[in-house]
Design a protein around this ligand. Structure first.
Ligand code: TXA
Ligand code: MG
Length: 350
């Protein structure tokens, strides 16, 4: 299949291109588009054949449900069996934005979209191109991250081209994304709301708006396989670079010393390695390749650059990657969740 790649200025969207993209979705084709978190791979959410194409293009396991993207809160009533009281509060506070809510699904949503589950994940993205695409198509848009299953999520259109060229009808290039890690997922089907995937919106922010306790799924914190995460996608070794990756945690100087030791061992065996460091520490390493993720105190930058850097490691064809920890105050939980998954939970404490 020939993939059309179109550049769209989010501030001045081309009418013809957006109309064409909307038409493709309505006809059951796949269109990749930017959101504020990561690029999504979109299809008509209420059309089971269209959803099935997403799984095929990504090589995604069929039990891993998709997020349904809406442009108007009233559409929540179409996909939800009943609206939990928290939905309106969260929508008023965070939509459009990087939050996905899980509710019981209505009959309108096919099981092909929810991976056979009776619940559905819903999100209103905060990106002009995403919202315009949903409106133009006249559909609700099911969209996972637009990467091949198992690869880091795409944060720029070039990543989508890498993974999806020739497999889908169109890619809308709206430039690099703003946030860089996927939306927070909150499950509203249980008496106590539960965060199934940490993101830019923290449990504390959610709990403040809801005026009730919000818990974190114990299955996503566990490093072993003793507890199964509730979001099916969180059990896969996602976001994974090809090379073996190890995260080193501890005081700055001890981390630098340990990573340099690990680098030396590999280099002595003639292997190429990469280090993921911060602006403050980059010059302390004796590795062939030092990738700088941003300033230590700039957590937005760290989130924004993480997936691009993991993809770069693949292109550089290194044997091992050593990364510092980024336990930043607000989104550190989300960043570390992705980093540790990329590392298959290989962490050394010094
Ligand atoms: O920021 C985002 O959420 C991006 C953009 C494109 O919107 N989308 C995204 O989708 O990250 P995806 O498919 O890569 O991740 C969706 C996650 C998976 O872990 C999936 O298992 C979980 O959401 N999920 C979806 N529906 C669910 C449901 N009904 N119950 C539990 N988990 C669900
Ligand atoms: Mg994904």
């Amino acid at each position: 299949m020939q993939t059309r790649i179109e550049t769209v200025d989010p501030q001045r969207m081309d009418e013809t291109i957006m109309a064409e993209a909307g038409r493709l979705i309505a006809e059951g084709e796949l269109v990749a588009f930017p959101t504020e978190t990561v690029y999504g791979l979109g299809a008509d959410a209420l059309n089971p054949e269209a959803s099935a194409k997403i799984y095929a293009a990504k090589g995604r396991p069929s039990d891993n449900p998709l997020i349904v993207h809406i442009a108007d809160f009233s559409d929540m009533a179409r996909v939800a069996l009943e609206l939990p009281p928290q939905a309106k509060l969260l929508s008023d506070a965070f939509w459009p934005g990087p939050l996905t809510m899980i509710v019981n699904k209505s009959d309108a949503v096919p099981q092909a979209t929810t991976g056979g589950m009776d619940t559905v994940a819903v999100r209103m993205p905060n990106h002009p191109v995403a919202l315009e695409l949903i409106r133009r198509s006249g559909c609700l848009i099911a969209a996972p991250s637009a990467n091949t299953s198992g690869r880091p999520s795409p944060t720029e259109a070039a990543h989508v081209v890498e993974d999806m060229n020739g497999r889908i009808a169109m890619i809308l290039d709206g430039g690099p994304v703003r946030i860089g890690i996927e939306s927070t997922i909150i499950d509203l089907t249980e008496p106590v709301p539960m965060v199934l995937r940490p993101g830019y919106i923290t449990p504390k922010m959610l709990s403040e708006v809801l005026g009730q306790e919000v818990i974190l799924d114990p299955g996503i914190i566990a490093a072993d396989d003793t507890r199964k995460p509730k979001a099916p996608g969180m059990k896969y070794r996602h976001y994974a670079p090809k090379a073996q990756m190890v995260v080193v945690d501890g005081k700055e100087q001890a981390v630098v010393t340990k990573i340099n030791e690990l680098v030396k061992e590999k280099r002595d065996r003639g292997e190429k390695v990469a280090v993921i460091a911060t602006e403050e520490t980059r010059s302390c390493y004796e590795a062939d390749i030092v990738l700088c993720i941003g300033r230590r105190t700039d957590e937005d930058a760290i989130a924004q650059h993480l997936y691009r850097i993991l993809r770069e490691c693949d292109d550089l064809d290194v044997a091992a990657i050593y990364s510092e920890c980024f336990q930043t105050p607000r989104i550190g939980q989300a960043i570390m969740n992705r980093l540790l998954k990329a590392a298959g939970h290989m962490i050394i404490e010094v």
